[in-house]
Design a protein around this ligand. Structure first.
Ligand code: GUN
Length: 295
């Protein structure tokens, strides 16, 4: 049997369980001082995928001892009503983190809503103050998926200094913050996207590949340098062999032949996102406490 012993599976389920256990321990310690971090999750409309994500976030919060406050609003909610709710959550001392599930219905200006969230409660790290802080390399609330990817990379590779990382995708949620975090970790960073020329050749130069484009199995062995570490952020639902299944942006079976280590889909990056949301909520509670005692 020709197994592939050198390839290491990067287990996001196990790592996220460790992160959640750390958070739970710290939350319990805070609760002994009478402080319980609170997370408000806002969902507008009834998109089925968003409903699942929100339910999982609320469940996970409860598991680690964070109080979760769910706000489900109808799809025809006006922008001003949503902004009013955010203003109330900003002013509520029991709320340490505010997450507005994206995407929002088309009649609502997403940017205006994200900018309305108090930057100290912005557990998604999407407010321009946090985006700017991250690009300056400051310690700010950081988008959860890229933060989770960094933890997987550090656990797998140790020091990332001098490594060449190629990020495929330039979204505000993953690609851009991922590039900023890799730079902060002293990597040489290349960001490629759908308009890049020679995508595959650029990718073949990478020590680290982070795929976040939403194209099922785009990256196969021919895109990878032998020994590359591959982080697959994609979650794509496809129909194959008469079944519906989840696949990443990486052709996992093909990539195994070249990669030193790779995340599976599911069970790789996905569970890390929620774990880092909990970590950010705890961090936000601490930031607000530090701010309150400094005043
Ligand atoms: N929709 C898809 N990913 C995310 C995320 O990380 N945060 C929020 N708020 N919405 C999302």
């Amino acid at each position: 049997m020709n197994a592939i012993p050198s390839v290491k599976l990067i287990d996001g389920k196990a790592t996220s369980a460790r992160v959640l256990a750390e958070v739970r321990e710290e939350v319990l310690a805070l609760r002994e001082h009478g402080i319980q971090p609170g997370l408000a999750v806002v969902l507008v409309g009834s998109d089925p995928a968003s409903q699942v994500y929100v339910r999982n976030k609320v469940l996970r919060a409860e598991e680690v001892g964070i109080r979760s406050l769910e706000h489900k609003l109808p799809a025809d909610t006006g922008e001003s009503a949503l902004l009013q709710l955010i203003a109330e959550l900003n002013d509520d001392p029991a709320v340490n983190g505010i997450l507005v599930q994206l995407p929002l219905p088309g009649h609502i200006d997403e940017n205006r809503v994200l900018q309305a969230i108090d930057p100290l409660k912005d557990v998604d790290g999407f407010h321009s103050e946090n985006v700017g802080g991250l690009s300056q390399g400051r310690d700010v609330l950081t988008p959860c998926t890229p933060a989770g990817c960094m933890r997987l990379l550090h656990d797998t590779c140790g020091d990332l200094s001098g490594k060449h990382a190629v990020v495929i995708g330039r979204s505000n949620i993953v690609g851009k913050p991922m590039a900023a975090l890799l730079l902060k970790a002293h990597c040489t960073v290349t960001v490629v996207h759908s308009r890049s020329a020679n995508l595959r050749e650029l990718c073949r130069q990478a020590d680290i590949v982070v795929a976040a484009v939403g194209k099922p199995r785009l990256v196969d062995a021919s895109w990878l340098k032998p020994g590359a570490v591959v982080i697959d952020v994609g979650i794509n639902r496809i129909d194959e062999d008469g079944r519906s299944k989840l696949v990443g942006d990486v052709d996992f079976d093909s990539a195994l032949a070249q990669a030193a280590a790779i995340t599976p889909v599911p069970g790789g990056v996905g569970p890390m996102t929620i774990a880092y949301l909990m970590k950010n909520t705890l961090a936000a509670a601490r930031l607000q406490r530090a701010g309150a005692t400094a005043e």
